[in-house]
Design a protein around this ligand. Sequence first.
Ligand code: FEO
Length: 170
Amino acid sequence: MITKKMESALNEQINAELWSAYLYLAMSLDAEEKALKGIANWFYIQWLEEQDHARIFQEYLSDIGARVELKEIEGVPQEWDSALEMYRVTLRHEKDVTEMIWNLVRLALKEQDFATLSRLQWFVDEQIEEERNAADLVKYLESAKGDYAALRDIDNKLADREYEKASALK
Ligand code: FEO
């Protein structure tokens, strides 16, 4: 049985995941504008993955008969100085998301909500990958700073990224 407090916190997280989706779509569009098609592709897939994350929480709440509340999504920035800046922002944002997930875990433990705790484990693991991917790209782009050919090379590699539906989705 989920408490109102936990239900409300998970609804907030749906909103946070959709905001992340929105942020990465904006980065994808800005990368496209900068003629960085591979990076645009990487962020486009990130936008799809964040929608999956929101959907996982929504499916969970629906499955347990809790109320899903779709809140207003705040606006996001539209432009960044460079691809490196986008990935630095992404890394900082993913660290914040990890903290949000861990706070949900803390709340689930306090409420002795073992079903929610079990659902959250997928996100705890996912955040390790989210931070790692962004951190790696920050390092690659830092080492390519000022080297246009190296940037093009990274961009070409990121064009290969493909979307895979999240394993936690039905
Ligand atoms: Fe939904 Fe990028 O974490």
